[in-house]
Write a protein that binds this ligand. Structure first.
Ligand code: HEM
Length: 339
């Protein structure tokens, strides 16, 4: 018992793993910066989308949804693209997917759809894929998922590169300006290289030959100076126009057609620096739709509301301490404190 060097070393080792994420466990990240083309001052008092001279540091994590942390990069699945903006007013997290809609309207069903798409419980097969009975049973009984399933069965579900993926905030958020006037806003990432996919045969073969295909592509591209670039777009609607459409604009199983509500391109994100330590950055990062700055707000989209509970709750468990926001990758880079 006197050998505290042994005990301390072994305790660190015994405790060094944290639980993987319950969804989006497999992911890879990079650092970069966001620069603005067009000021959003008429719509939001948030500072980072107001001044085109300010560059905001960002951290982005790309992920698959269903597979465990050691699964392959190329299954047919939704991809996450979560961005943390370290703004002068605190962190704003845009926790997006590469598809514009979602499986459900009501967050109460989230554990059910996730359990259905995860491997079958009795034999833990298949890994990382929805191609099995529990998922299709679920789809057959929950018709609101039909739109998302169309996206999931499209080429979008087998992206060629993280550098060639669109990102969608899915929910309507709020912009609030200096006068307190509010607008509905949806967020978009448009890859400068365009949106490209693998074909199914390539995705299958790559899954065996190089399970790290997408993360290797991002890592090597950044090392070569081929930085990943995405333009940020917004769709903005006046609050008074909420009921002008023949669908509920706060329903996450519907999209706002771009021909009806054009996407305005307002800035560009460049990923130009690889992670130094995958555990300290990619694993310990905690994104949360509730991380907003003054000038950005929520709506009564019921799915968004349930996400506001779920992320903090899961991160308390996953990171094991309530102070996970002080972990370096999560810490805001701003002068505000709560004493
Ligand atoms: C009620 C609906 C939803 C619930 C309850 C939910 C819950 C969760 C949970 C528990 C995690 C793991 C977080 C962690 O361990 O740090 C997660 C991750 C994630 N979710 Fe959701 N989610 C929902 C819908 C969505 C939607 C609609 C999107 C896209 C717009 C989305 C995008 C993501 C992304 C990108 C991640 C991975 C973040 C990272 O890379 O660390 N989720 N979600």
């Amino acid at each position: 018992m006197e050998n505290f060097h042994f005990r301390e070393k072994m305790t660190h080792f015994d405790h060094e793993c944290i639980p993987e994420r319950v969804v989006h466990a497999r992911g890879f990240s990079a650092h970069g910066e966001f620069e603005l083309y067009e000021s959003m001052k008429p719509y939001t008092k948030a500072k980072f989308p107001q001044n085109p001279n300010v560059k905001t540091p960002v951290f982005v994590r790309f992920s698959t949804v269903a597979g465990s942390r050691g699964s392959k990069d190329t299954p047919r699945d939704v991809r996450g693209s979560a961005t943390k903006f370290y703004t002068e007013e605190g962190n704003f997290d845009l926790v997006a997917n590469n598809m514009p809609v979602f499986f459900i309207q009501d967050g109460m069903k989230f554990p059910d759809v996730v359990h259905a798409i995860k491997p079958e419980p009795h034999n833990e097969m298949p890994q990382a894929s929805g191609a099995h009975d529990t998922f299709w049973d679920w789809v057959s009984q929950n018709q609101e998922s039909a739109h998302m399933v169309m996206w999931l069965m499209s080429d979008r579900a087998i992206p060629r590169s993280f550098r060639m993926m669109e990102g969608f905030g899915v929910h309507a958020f709020r912009f609030v300006n200096d006068e307190g006037k509010a607008y509905f806003v949806k967020f978009y990432w448009k890859p400068v290289l365009g949106t490209h996919s693998l074909v199914w045969d390539e995705a299958e073969k790559l899954g065996g030959k190089d399970p790290d295909f997408n993360r290797r592509d991002l890592w090597e591209s950044i090392n070569k100076g081929n930085y990943a670039e995405y333009e940020l777009g917004v769709q903005i609607l006046e609050e008074k126009d909420e009921f002008k459409f023949d669908f509920d604009i706060l329903d996450s199983t519907k999209l706002w057609p771009e021909e009806d509500v054009p996407v305005r391109i307002i800035g560009k994100l460049t990923l130009n620096r690889n992670v130094d330590n995958v555990f300290a950055e990619n694993e310990q990062v905690a994104f949360h739709v509730g991380n907003i700055v003054p000038g950005i707000g929520f709506t009564n989209d019921p799915l968004l509301q349930t996400r506001l509970f779920s992320y903090t709750d899961t991160q308390l468990f996953r990171l094991g301490v309530p102070n996970f926001h002080e972990i370096p990758i999560n810490r805001p880079v701003c002068p505000f404190h709560n004493n």
